[in-house]
Write a protein that binds this ligand. Structure first.
Ligand code: AMP
Length: 214
């Protein structure tokens, strides 16, 4: 089964993709994570992408399309995948359809997490993760039970994404509305688009997603 999760930055695509990955034994493919790995590795692509990401803009379609096409061909995608952060533009959505056609694959569900912009700014600027296990926290909504210690692994180092500051978040939201929101109409016209209330709490959103895919 292949799934696309749509929604602005902070909508909870990453969190829900991880839960769906467990539930359905299909792989989360986050283009943001892939790009951050390139940045961390200091690759040529990572060096070029970093500037664009720090400005809250979108990396070029060609790079992303090639990246996803190669990733889908890996053996660990054989049961299916959840696209988290891709496609983000109409050319990406069209290229995805064409590449899946050639590979003999198709998208089974396109799900939009519908949320409120101002709430996203608060969600994103307060979020941070455990550097050891990746568990997610928030300054206000989800603090560790013991201050400074990760509930899951006991780690005491945490990190924040460089692009999670308010200025960049506002650019990312603008990029979403200008370049990504139009693809919702594309999927509404071409496939069955499901809309889920992304403002609900994590468990309730996960329940709604499970009802759609299972
Ligand atoms: P994310 O982790 O999905 O919020 O992505 C972080 C940043 O990576 C975005 O603000 C973009 O600069 C870049 N990025 C991730 N996915 C894409 C994509 N499909 N197309 C273009 N840029 C992307």
């Amino acid at each position: 089964m292949n799934v696309i999760l749509l929604g602005p930055p902070g909508a909870g695509k990453g969190t829900q993709a991880k839960l769906l990955q467990e539930l359905c034994s299909i792989l989360q493919l986050s283009t943001g994570d892939m790009l951050r790995a390139e940045v961390a590795a200091g690759s040529v692509l990572g060096k070029r992408a970093k500037e664009v990401m720090d400005a809250g803009q979108l990396v070029s379609d060609d790079v992303l399309i090639g990246m996803i096409s190669n990733r889908i061909d890996q053996p660990d995608c054989v049961n299916g995948f959840i696209l988290d952060g891709f496609p983000r533009t109409t050319p990406q959505a069209e290229a995805l359809d064409q590449m899946l056609d050639v590979k003999g694959l198709k998208i089974d569900h396109v799900i939009e997490l519908s949320v409120d912009d101002e709430a996203m700014i608060k969600r994103i600027t307060g979020r941070y993760t455990c550097s050891k296990c990746g568990a997610g926290y928030h300054d206000e909504f989800q603090t560790p039970s013991v201050d400074g210690i990760c509930d899951k692994c006991g780690g005491n180092k945490f990190s924040r994404r460089e692009d999670d500051n308010e200025t960049t978040v506002r650019s990312r939201l603008r990029a979403y509305h200008e370049q990504t929101a139009p693809i919702i109409a594309y999927y509404r016209d071409n496939d069955s688009l499901d809309i889920v209330d992304g403002m609900a709490d994590i468990e309730q959103v996960a329940k709604q997603l499970a009802e759609i895919v299972v």
